[in-house]
Design a protein around this ligand. Structure first.
Ligand code: ADP
Ligand code: MG
Length: 323
């Protein structure tokens, strides 16, 4: 199969014309319209076979996650998706693989309402680079440096599920997972960044970040860049019943604090915004939980509290779960 045919067959599924995408896949560059009162935001992430995903994962899931983790960055800015490009390096033009990959990518593209507008296709070890583009109202992006004293700290969704699922890889390949394990595994394969909610959140919140390296690490970036500290009530961490079922309450808290791969949002907002945030979350069917407060002093310090006492996670400073 020639490169041109391959692109036409597997990577031309988005409608090439709309109000914002003037030209999509097919020309030398995509042409996009950016309204006068908006700014362009962009981010890129590369996923390498064997490093960022297991080699034996279904190509549809690999494709889905490649886009989802990038959309998560747009959500963290409160952006509206504009389009994405895909640079893919493939060992060979395996049409079966490409068909399944393309199907997963299209699913994600539709789920997050972001069209594929261009890319590059080369031969080499399997590597997937997705570049997302979005827009925000001028100067309304949700920045890491914008948290303010006495802000509430919120998170979306449930934390720790995906990190706990990493341990299930071997089991998932060889035997049936329990219902709870199946839920965790799905959370690892198919992240659900709350992109539509995030777009509206830009009006209500101060700072935001997406949780990819674990809540402690990622909230830490907000604290450093906003020059403040925070107190988190460990009992308020949102934990799925499936996670607690699989690993118990204490480990579930550890996964939520230090796991990673959640692709949920952590954001801060004035306490006067509580009702508006809860209403917005209801409108978009997103779970939100208020877990703590931004404080001054001890810059960058994250204080964990349980039953009024300092809380020590079982294991600290672990970046990624290996096995
Ligand atoms: P050029 O040589 O001008 O860079 P290419 O042959 O690489 O053009 O690509 C032709 C068209 O197909 C371009 O519009 C490019 O954006 C698009 N394209 C190439 N690879 C992909 C891909 N993997 N996904 C989406 N679009 C792609
Ligand atoms: Mg090219």
């Amino acid at each position: 199969m020639k490169e041109f045919e391959l692109i036409k067959e597997y990577f031309s599924f988005s409608q090439s014309h709309s109000d914002t995408v003037i030209e999509g896949v097919g020309d030398d560059c995509a042409v996009l319209a950016v309204p006068d009162n908006r700014q362009l935001v962009t981010s890129v992430d590369t996923l390498v076979d064997g490093v960022h995903f297991f080699s034996d994962i279904d190509p549809a899931d690999i494709a889905y996650k490649s886009l989802a983790v990038n959309v998560s960055d747009l959500a963290a800015m409160g952006a509206k998706p504009l389009g994405f490009t895909l640079a893919i390096s493939l060992p060979k033009a395996d049409t079966k693989w490409l068909e399944i990959f393309s199907r997963g990518l299209k699913q994600a593209s539709e789920a997050f309402d972001i069209p594929l507008i261009g890319g590059d296709t080369t031969q080499g070890p399997l590597t997937i680079t997705v570049n997302v583009l979005g827009t925000v109202k001028t100067d309304k992006a949700l920045l890491r440096k914008a948290a303010q004293q006495d802000d509430d700290i919120w998170v979306t969704g449930y934390l720790g599920d995906a990190a706990a699922a990493l341990k299930l890889h071997d089991k998932a390949q060889t035997q049936a997972l329990s219902e709870s394990e199946g839920y965790l595994w799905e959370r690892l394969l198919r992240p659900t960044p709350p992109i539509r909610f995030a777009k509206k959140l830009a009006k209500l919140a101060h700072a935001a970040i997406d949780i990819s390296d674990g809540l402690s690490a990622d909230l830490g970036h907000i604290l450093e860049q906003s020059h403040c500290s925070a107190k988190i009530k460990v009992s308020s961490l949102p934990l799925s019943e499936q996670l607690i079922d699989c690993v118990g309450l204490e480990m579930a808290r550890d996964y939520a604090l230090n796991g990673g791969d959640d692709y949920e949002l952590c954001f801060t907002a004035k306490s006067s915004m509580r009702n508006k945030i809860l209403n917005l979350a209801e409108d978009f069917k997103v779970n939100v939980h208020r877990i703590g407060t931004i404080e001054t002093g001890d810059k960058g310090n994250l204080q964990l509290v349980l039953d009024g006492k300092p809380y020590q996670p079982k294991r600290q400073g672990w970046q990624h779960f290996s096995n």
